[in-house]
Design a binder for this molecule. Sequence first.
Ligand SMILES: Cc1cc2nc3c(=O)[nH]c(=O)nc-3n(C[C@H](O)[C@H](O)[C@H](O)COP(=O)(O)O)c2cc1C
Length: 199
Amino acid sequence: MGHMNVNTLNAVGISGSPSARSKSRTLLEHTLATLGERGASTRLIDLASLPADALLGRQRAAEVDDALAHVREASIIVASTPVYRATYSGLLKVFFDLLPIDGLVDKTAIGIATGGSPSHLLVIDHGLRPLFSSVGAITTPTGVYGTDSAFENGVPHHSLVARIEQAATEAVTLAERVHAAHAAHASAGLPTSSTLVES
Ligand SMILES: Cc1cc2nc3c(=O)[nH]c(=O)nc-3n(C[C@H](O)[C@H](O)[C@H](O)COP(=O)(O)O)c2cc1C
């Protein structure tokens, strides 16, 4: 299966904001750049640019199939979203609804959200973390939550940049551990977590 061929450090970012000047996407871009500095290859999927009918599962589209293929090949998934009605956006939700149940097994996930108010900080732990778990990902202990007031002229406050660096460090460590565990299990002929899910 594809999981065995996952590159050690291949990061895919998924932007769940429909906004052209998205703050959550800015944090996603920072995170991908940070992962890039640590040796990861990176790619950003902007869900707002994908055809809506295919995102809603009404029909197939090559762009959406490509996005799903990139997610399959990644070892690190970074998802960013605005807080909408106290949780992640519908755009992010419909994309995750297209993933198979084991779609993020053996992948490490970082959750990023921005909101108008600090009150919805728990979208990281009560929204994104269970979303990632539902498709098998291991989420970094550190998530990134920014309020709109933490941006000045579109530039995030340095405390947010520090969170991003912490989350990126954790993601690289976890992705390398998953890769090492796979290699060890494969050489011992033992089942891996993806083969357990598939059986
Ligand atoms: C439809 C809608 C619903 C929103 N709901 C919330 C909310 O429940 N809690 C909150 O803190 N902010 C809420 N906001 C504010 C956005 O989360 C906030 O401006 C966010 O930074 C936008 O991110 P973006 O620039 O990446 O799109 C809402 C905004 C919109 C447009």
